[in-house]
Ligand binder design. Structure first.
Ligand SMILES: Cc1cc2nc3c(=O)[nH]c(=O)nc-3n(C[C@H](O)[C@H](O)[C@H](O)COP(=O)(O)OP(=O)(O)OC[C@H]3O[C@@H](n4cnc5c(N)ncnc54)[C@H](O)[C@@H]3O)c2cc1C
Length: 310
C-alpha cells in the first residue's frame, strides 16, 4: 500500500498545505511518496525530500507544469496512478481543481475534504457546512482523496531524507493555457497559514473603518486579516479575506471576531480555531456559542481599548 501526495508548491518551495496532507496520507497507512510537478522546481523537490515520513519524491519538470494547470497535473498523476492505493491532494484551490479529473478518469468516487482517517478505506468528512460528520468507506481500488488541511497537524518539514526520482513529464494537454496572474502582495501572514487572525463583519460599516479599527489590532498581534461574507460583499474587505463555507477554512491558534454575528456559514470556516474571541454588542449573537472569550461591547470602543492595553 503506497500513497501519492500531490505537492502544493510555487516551484521554489513547498506550501504548508502539503505537510498536513502528508500527515493524512501517513495515517492511511503504508509508504508515502510525494509528486512535485512543476517547472525548474528542483528546489521544491529537494524540500519535499526533507519532509518527515516521506519515502520518495517524484519530480516531473516541464514548462507545461509551471503553473499547476489542472489538466496537465491530472495527466501527470494519471500516468503513475496504477502504482498507488491512495492519491491524496490538499483541498486547496489547486487540489480541488485536479483531483476530480483524476477520479473521473480512474472511474472511482472522489472522497472529498476528509478531516480524519479511521482506516485505509474509511474516513470522516464534514457535511452540511460542518454541522454533521459523515463516515465514508470506499470500496474503490484507488482512493482519490482531498484533505481538509485544518483537520491534520503538519508533518515536520525537516528530518526526512527521501530519494528524489526524476520522471518524464507528460506532454502539454493543450486544453488550457496560462494567461497571467495578479497576486496580492502583503506583509501579513497568509490567511490559511496564520497563527492569529483578526476578522471583521458587517458591523464595521465601511472599508475605511475596517482598516482604521482592525488593521492596528492585526499589526499589534502580527495577525492576518479576515472577514465575514457580509463584509466582503459590501466591499469592506477583499474577497480573498472571506472566512467560511464559501471562503477559506482556517484553524489558527487565536481567532478574534469583531462585529461578526456567527452565522453557521461563517462558523463552518473558523470553529476549529484553538481559541476564539468574540466582540459583539448583541448578547444573543450566535458567535458567543463558540467563543472561548466573549466581550459584549461596541467594537469601536473595545478594539481601540484592547490595542492600548497590548
Ligand atoms: C450558501 C451560503 C454561503 C455563505 N458563505 C459564507 C461564508 O463563507 N462566510 C460568511 O461569513 N458568511 C457566509 N454566508 C453568509 C452568512 O449567512 C451571513 O449572512 C454572514 O456571515 C453575516 O455576516 P456578519 O456576521 O458580518 O453580518 P451580520 O449577520 O449582519 O452581523 C453583524 C454583527 O455585528 C454586531 N454589531 C453591530 N454593530 C456592532 C458594534 N458597533 N460593535 C460590536 N458588534 C456590533 C451585530 O450584533 C451582529 O451580530 C453564506 C450564506 C449562504 C446562504
Amino acid at each position: 500500500m503506497t500513497a501519492l501526495v500531490i505537492a502544493e508548491h510555487d516551484n521554489q518551495s513547498i506550501k504548508g498545505a502539503t505537510l498536513n496532507t502528508v500527515t493524512a496520507a501517513l495515517q492511511a497507512g503504508g509508504d508515502v511518496h510525494v509528486l512535485v510537478a512543476g517547472h525548474n522546481a528542483g528546489a521544491a523537490a529537494a524540500q519535499a525530500a526533507q519532509i518527515a515520513g516521506v519515502s520518495k519524491v517524484i519530480h516531473a519538470d516541464s514548462e507545461a507544469l509551471a503553473h499547476g494547470l489542472a489538466e496537465n497535473v491530472a495527466a501527470q498523476v494519471l500516468a503513475m496512478a496504477a502504482n498507488y492505493s491512495h492519491i491524496v491532494f490538499p483541498a486547496t484551490a489547486g487540489g480541488k481543481n485536479a483531483a476530480p479529473r483524476v477520479a473521473a478518469k480512474l472511474d472511482v468516487a472522489q472522497i472529498s475534504e476528509i478531516s480524519k482517517v479511521i482506516s485505509a478505506d474509511t474516513f470522516e468528512r464534514p457535511i452540511y457546512a460542518g454541522n454533521a460528520i459523515a463516515t465514508v468507506q470506499s470500496a474503490d481500488a484507488t482512493k482519490v482523496i482531498t484533505v481538509r488541511t485544518t483537520g491534520f497537524d503538519a508533518a515536520a518539514a525537516t528530518g526526512g531524507s527521501a530519494a528524489v526520482e526524476t520522471i518524464a513529464a507528460q506532454a502539454d494537454s493543450g486544453k488550457s493555457a496560462f494567461v497571467g496572474s495578479e497576486i496580492a502582495k502583503s506583509d501579513r501572514p497568509e490567511l490559511t497559514a496564520a497563527k492569529i487572525i483578526v476578522s471583521g463583519g458587517r458591523a464595521l460599516g465601511s472599508s475605511e473603518k475596517f482598516n482604521e479599527v482592525l488593521t492596528p489590532l492585526a499589526d499589534k498581534l502580527g495577525a492576518a486579516l479576515g472577514a465575514s461574507r457580509a463584509a466582503v460583499d459590501a466591499g469592506y474587505a477583499p474577497n480573498d479575506w472571506q472566512v467560511g463555507q464559501t471562503g477559506k477554512i482556517v484553524a489558527p491558534s487565536l481567532y478574534v471576531a469583531c462585529g461578526i454575528s456567527g452565522a453557521i456559514q461563517h462558523l463552518a470556516g473558523m470553529k476549529d480555531s484553538k481559541v476564539i474571541v468574540a466582540i459583539n454588542k448583541d448578547p444573543e449573537a450566535p458567535i458567543f456559542s463558540v467563543a472561548d472569550y466573549g466581550l459584549e461591547a461596541d467594537l469601536f470602543v473595545a478594539v481601540p481599548e484592547l490595542i492600548s492595553q497590548l
